[in-house]
Design a protein around this ligand. Sequence first.
Ligand SMILES: NC(=O)c1ccc[n+]([C@@H]2O[C@H](COP(=O)([O-])OP(=O)(O)OC[C@H]3O[C@@H](n4cnc5c(N)ncnc54)[C@H](OP(=O)(O)O)[C@@H]3O)[C@@H](O)[C@H]2O)c1
Length: 345
Amino acid sequence: MKAAYLIKYGSAGIAFEIRETVKPRPKPNQILISVEAFGLNFADVMARLGLYKAAPRLPAILGYDVVGKVVEIGKEVTRIKIGERVTALTRFGGYAEYAIAESNMVFTIPETFSPGVAVALATQYSTAHFLAYNMANLQENDNVLIHAAAGGVGTALTQMALHKKCTVFGTCSSSDKVKYIRQNGVHHPINYKEGDFGEAVQKILGNDGLDAIFDPVGGRSVKKGYRLLRAGGRLFSFGVSRMNQTKSIFGKLRVAYQFGFYHPLQFLGKSKGIVGINILKVGEENPEKLSKAMEAVVQMTEQGILKPHVGGEFSVTEIAEAHIFLESRRSMGKIVIKWSLKSRL
Ligand SMILES: NC(=O)c1ccc[n+]([C@@H]2O[C@H](COP(=O)([O-])OP(=O)(O)OC[C@H]3O[C@@H](n4cnc5c(N)ncnc54)[C@H](OP(=O)(O)O)[C@@H]3O)[C@@H](O)[C@H]2O)c1
């Protein structure tokens, strides 16, 4: 089979090579999928830059989400059958013609789901579901701030907060994105390139505060966000996209410092807090929760409650362009990369 290997850390143009490799075989509880398309996630950019500790060593096949047909199942798998069209969360290995997934991370989907919609559900929507409904337990009338609201996870979080009838604030970095997040339902879009997001939120809220903040950017936005929470509020820190701007150890330490320093007694006194989330860890230590989140997002999409937006479609030979697009911060929603199925006939 063919796979897009990450062979070098650094700029996308020199990072990937499509190579022939051996088709994997499923273990008793695993499923082998013939991949129609795979998704990009911001973590892939971090992995390509050598900034993602959990990524496999080079040469590596990245990739967290795939859509395709089940071609082989392990002997203990009962809930999925050969021939079904599925979306799946892979723990790497997704940038390939055939990918392996644990059976509890594979979900049957209708033929009507486009490849982009299908892969958006695997990592971005299941992460958002876990954040919004498990961790944050969003309630009607909550004031919610979503950073990178035009991105894949941001689009999903917005739709989930709106479903709970929350008031949604969203940040982004361009006027095109402001238009996009407004269309997605954000009540208060904030272009942080035009002014301080903290001041913008404060101006709208007056003496009120936020109940939940979803922050994948990290550094000083966490420190600033924490101040905007009211009693009972929590900030969910789930990424450090800011880190890709710095290569030196000093730069990384500066970003770490900018998060601020907190003691649980502060949280106690002010009745607010900060929580970190790593969905890979949840998948490892509490797979049932992640599995339920995935099942829920597939159902909610079938019911028309969730509407993943596909912001870019590329072929596998354009993988560098797809990475550049995501890294450029111009992308909105999910980016999907398709294999030409002809190559396998
Ligand atoms: N913890 C977890 O388990 C988990 C799971 C999934 C995703 N994540 C994290 O969630 C975030 C969103 O992931 P995604 O795949 O949906 O990506 P995405 O939001 O579609 O793309 C990343 C966005 O982050 C914003 N951003 C802010 N600062 C940036 C910087 N210095 N460099 C690049 N982008 C920056 C940009 O939007 P603006 O320019 O509009 O701000 C950019 O479009 C990422 O940080 C990712 O690592 C975490």
